[in-house]
Write a protein that binds this ligand. Sequence first.
Ligand code: URA
Length: 200
Amino acid sequence: MSALTELYQEIARCQQCGIAKTRNRVVPGEGAEDAEILFIGEAPGWHEDQQGRPFVGPAGQYLDELLALIGLKREQVYIANVIKCRPAANRDPLPVEIRNCRQWLERQIEIISPRMIVTLGRYSMAMFFSGKSISKIHGTAQKRNDVIYYAMYHPAAALHQGSLRQEIEADMLKIPSILEQARAIPETEASPQQLKMFEV
Ligand code: URA
């Protein structure tokens, strides 16, 4: 059994938050175990909770289109979320849920060991770019311990706001050249808050 499949079984047994009781399916994430790029969204929505798969509703269809812009299919990357269970009525994830769930994302990062981590929206951005604003840092890359961190808007937000659509598409189109020129990106020092995440 692959390390990720074993991890999925552990995640499925997790009962740390109340939303474990209201979820239909846990949504651990999916994609290539050796993916170069890991995309991290926010939380499963209704469609994801039904299917147990990340980004399969309208935002997911748009994410597929964004990936196609750079010639990628979702099976070639890895797609995960900050939290693995759907918050009731699509409310925002609670800080305690993010804290409880963080261990799973850390283990996913450890197993996949991606070259690039792309945050989608402000919840995943906050885990890696503490105290930053998405409107300022989207589309800019940072490198720490040889991993590139790159913030993008959430596809669901871009889907509903025409101006963000152009921005998210432009940001996606930059990814191939960032990967190509990764060596030229200077290493940034992590803040103490970020260090725990980067130790994985
Ligand atoms: N939005 C997310 O952040 N994640 C999903 O899996 C689906 C929609």
